[in-house]
Design a protein around this ligand. Structure first.
Ligand SMILES: Cc1cc2nc3c(=O)[nH]c(=O)nc-3n(C[C@H](O)[C@H](O)[C@H](O)COP(=O)(O)OP(=O)(O)OC[C@H]3O[C@@H](n4cnc5c(N)ncnc54)[C@H](O)[C@@H]3O)c2cc1C
Ligand code: FES
Length: 265
């Protein structure tokens, strides 16, 4: 039986800078994964941290990492051809069946775009599986926009409606200015009984955005969020991620808002 605590080393095949501090690492990987799952990423002798799978395909996964601390700054030193240690994948992720045949609205703030990028791409490539795809993306400034090439393509796509906004616009990048919450009412909901909303971003963004969608008439049970809570084991053993009786690493990180709103420390 595989020891779930043991990490294995995987080869980095490509490193793509997204911003000054966010890089995407494409890694050779052949285990099955679900949209929105995460891996425990480690550098031996330095430490380990949870990172969402931002994209995947045959033989690879992408990890989009913000370099902000002990482990992530060590990862920044790695180049294509180097190895990184991974264990997982962990968490429930997003089940595609929850969104099929519905209008899907995805709202992502900052690095919150990473865990939902692959689900956006899935429905963009399979538009007949949903009854409309709307994506609301917010970053602090144009310099912070992740996946610029793809986001640019998305804004031109006929198969989904994209609202891209930045808190402060200090460049020629053509997008809206304002918080994501300012643009929730711009989304056209076709049928309030047939819509699902995914919200991922910093905790304050998720609760404020959920509130705006509820004001618009979306039911709480049709809203989904993903938690980026500090984790350690990732497999329900250490209790690090536990809020009340809920293990975020096992039961989450994706929750319906009806449950998520009760998970406040
Ligand atoms: C389920 C899950 C999925 C995640 N997915 C991603 C992902 O896809 N990409 C990604 O970059 N990160 C992701 N994170 C966050 C990531 O795990 C942390 O940023 C990481 O643990 C930092 O480790 P470190 O050792 O480099 O920093 P540390 O040395 O532990 O922290 C350095 C300092 O930065 C502060 N800090 C920690 N996190 C943040 C933050 N997000 N923003 C600003 N300051 C912070 C800390 O409080 C500390 O003061 C995810 C977290 C979870 C729980
Ligand atoms: S991270 Fe250890 S129990 Fe969830």
């Amino acid at each position: 039986m595989e020891n779930s605590f043991l990490s294995k080393k995987y080869k980095i095949v490509q490193v793509t800078p997204e911003t000054e501090i966010d890089y995407t690492y494409r890694v050779e990987y052949d285990k099955p994964v679900v949209h929105g799952q995460f891996l425990q990423v480690s550098i031996p002798t330095v430490g380990e941290c949870p990172i969402s799978i931002s994209d995947f395909g045959t033989g690879f996964i992408d990890l989009t990492i913000r370099h902000i601390g002990k482990v992530t700054n060590e990862i920044k030193k790695l180049k294509a051809g180097d190895y990184i240690h991974l264990r997982g994948p962990y968490g429930n992720g997003f089940s595609l069946d929850s969104y099929r045949n519905k209008q899907l609205i995805v709202s992502a703030g900052g690095t919150g775009l990473a865990p939902v990028k692959s689900i956006i791409k899935h429905f963009l490539n399979n538009p007949d599986e949903v009854n409309g795809l709307d994506v609301l993306i917010g970053f602090k400034t144009p310099k912070d926009i992740l996946f610029k090439g793809e986001v640019d393509q998305w804004t031109k796509s006929q198969d989904m409606n994209v609202i891209l906004t930045v808190d402060r616009n200090d460049s020629a990048w053509a997008c809206n200015t304002g918080f994501i919450t300012d643009f929730v009412s711009h989304v056209k909901v076709k049928d309030f009984d047939n819509v699902e909303v995914i919200i991922v971003g910093p905790p304050i963004m998720m609760s404020c955005t959920a509130r705006e969608f509820i004001k618009l008439g979306i039911k709480e049970e049709n809203i989904w969020v993903s938690f980026e809570r500090n984790m350690s084991c990732g497999v329900g053993k250490c209790g690090h991620c536990k809020i009340d009786e809920t293990y975020i690493c096992l039961e989450g990180p994706v929750f319906r808002y009806t449950k998520a709103k009760t998970l406040i420390d």
